[in-house]
Design a protein around this ligand. Structure first.
Ligand code: MSP
Length: 514
């Protein structure tokens, strides 16, 4: 639907660490979707940011010997910088230490409390600072040293303190009813099943305040308590559209969110706690939460202690930004865990990009430059093969849309590359270089068909590789305001005779040094 609003969010990142490729991956997927939806005519609001409160950040600040505000001011900048380095097109960058967010957190607490869903008690149990999560004794495991750890492997500590509770146990049935009525609320299917069986297993009331440290939003009317960092953090999705000012035009336009993109490790917070908080506050629920898998470095989890953390800036400087953007979403089926490695990166760059798409464009455009006076050739009557290729290029959007909107990015890309393959087979079969002598009129038709196919492909790959696709469209002299999906199809086809700039390769091969 043209101009319909589309609000999507990334998780907000803990500022205890430098951004690594796992963080870059979540936001990249959102960026590709945000760009796709804009090109498809939606009014997109795309938000990312940083999660700056809680014990984990407080501890990191202490370890760095700075006060938490100065610490978060500095580390938050690393995430802002990443957005520039990765060419993310986010419309807002939210920090949970901002006044607008404190206001929203206080307001949601009050709404939940006024509706009778918060009570004072005391908590005695396990807490994992790394996950900022409470765990029941029965969930704990033992590590190799015989220590009790969270199921995620995080260290746990025993906590006993006064605490406010949210009556999560009362929301079991409403949540199950909601999942049943909204089968697309959680994706992919495997995560949905996990969440449903977790909720079916019964929910305990949730401790939502802490008293043993200070770095957070104080509980309204009881400042000895600090709001549980996840209640504060999840609320950022409302803050970014103007809550608690429900008259804010962004709020009425964009809430409820269309998609919260998250990693599989934080699905419970988004698909159980968050909808329960919202129902308790009397607010509408987001339409979808999608949990993607983890990127593993050659099969191993990335961690500082293993020393195998991959930094986005290192990948970008080695392979180039757009190839990295393409690789990350093409190599690993979105939703699954997957390996990244130098070998698979090089094979994608040299195969899919340099040989397939790059070479298609380069050989077609240089034949046009040489044989058609550097202008869009004049098509004669189209043959069946020409019509077939053009139809494939024009029709693929529907499939890409249906894959991208259910976050199957790799499948959408596969569909586009089927057309790339068709086009390369078409060049070989038509052999325009021989037509040059035997049938120059037919040669022009073939080269026109290729140019028009490349125009479609370049428009379609813009969300993935904005700069490279832009360069391809520049080489076809497609005006900046004629590059959206509304310009796919014959109505906006290239005009014969239009002068084209001199072509140059857009996707260089990667050559290993040494
Ligand atoms: N602050 C919370 C989110 C609050 S949202 C209201 C948080 N932050 S995080 O910085 O630890 O993680 C943010 C995201 O990065 C998560 O979605 C997580 O899954 C993702 N990743 C971190 N490492 C990852 C990989 N190695 N691979 C893929 N994504 C991973 O959780």
């Amino acid at each position: 639907m043209a101009d319909s609003p589309y609000y999507l969010t990334t998780p907000i990142y803990y500022v205890n660490d430098r951004p690594h490729i796992g963080h870059a991956y979540t936001t990249l997927a959102c960026d590709v979707l945000a760009r796709f939806q804009r090109l498809d005519g939606h009014d997109v609001h795309f938000v990312t940011g940083t999660d700056e409160h809680g014990q984990k950040v407080e501890k990191s600040a202490q370890a760095a010997g700075v006060d938490p505000q100065a610490f978060t001011d500095e580390v938050s900048q690393n995430f802002r910088r990443l957005a520039g380095e990765m060419n993310y097109s986010n419309d807002d960058f939210i920090r949970t230490t901002e006044d607008r967010h404190i206001r929203a957190s206080l307001a949601i607490w009050k709404a939940i409390k006024d509706n009778g869903h918060i009570y004072l008690g005391s908590y005695a149990g396990w807490y994992a600072v790394r996950d900022e999560a409470f765990y029941a004794e029965s969930e704990l495991e033992e590590n190799e040293d015989g220590q009790k750890v969270a199921p995620t492997g995080a260290e746990v500590e025993w906590v006993e303190e006064p605490s406010y509770f949210f009556n999560l146990s009362e929301w079991q049935q409403p949540l199950l009813d909601f999942y049943a009525a909204n089968p697309d609320f959680i994706g992919p299917e495997t995560r949905r099943n996990e969440v449903v069986s977790f909720v079916e297993g019964g929910l305990k009331d949730l401790s939502i305040s802490r008293t043993s440290f200070k770095w957070g939003v104080p509980v309204p009317d009881d400042p000895d308590h600090i709001m549980y960092v996840w209640l504060d953090a999840l609320t950022n999705y409302l803050t970014a559209v103007g809550y608690p000012d429900e008259k804010n035009p962004d709020y009425s336009k964009y809430w409820p969110a269309d998609l919260h993109m998250v990693g599989k490790d934080i699905v419970r917070f988004h698909a159980v706690y968050w909808p329960a908080f919202l129902m308790a506050a009397g607010l509408p629920l987001p339409k979808r939460v999608y949990a993607h898998g983890w990127l593993l470095n050659r099969g191993e989890k990335m961690s500082k202690s293993l020393g195998n953390v991959v930094l986005p800036e290192d990948l970008v400087s080695q392979y180039g930004l757009d190839p990295v953007r393409y690789y990350l979403l093409r190599e690993v089926p979105f939703g699954n865990d997957g390996y990244i490695s130098h070998e698979t990166m090089v094979s994608r760059i040299n195969g899919d990009l340099a040989n397939d798409l790059g070479n298609l464009a380069q050989r077609s455009l240089s034949m046009i430059a040489k044989n058609c006076d550097g202008a869009v050739p004049e098509p004669g009557t189209l043959a069946d093969d020409d019509e077939k290729l053009l139809a494939a290029a024009r029709d693929v959007l529907d499939q890409v849309r249906s894959e991208f909107t259910r976050q199957a990015f790799h499948r959408g890309m596969e569909a586009i590359w089927l057309v790339v393959g068709d086009a390369n087979r078409y060049v070989d079969a038509q052999a325009p270089w021989t037509l040059r002598k035997t049938d120059p009129v037919r040669m022009e038709t073939v080269l026109y068909t290729l140019a028009e196919t490349i125009r479609h492909l370049a428009i379609l790959v813009q969300p993935l590789m904005p700069q490279s696709a832009g360069a391809m469209l520049d080489q076809l002299a497609v005006p900046g305001d004629a590059r959206s999906f509304a310009h796919l199809g014959s109505g906006h086809a290239l005009t014969a005779g239009q002068t084209l700039p001199k072509p140059s390769p857009v996707f260089p091969r990667y050559v290993d040094e040494g």
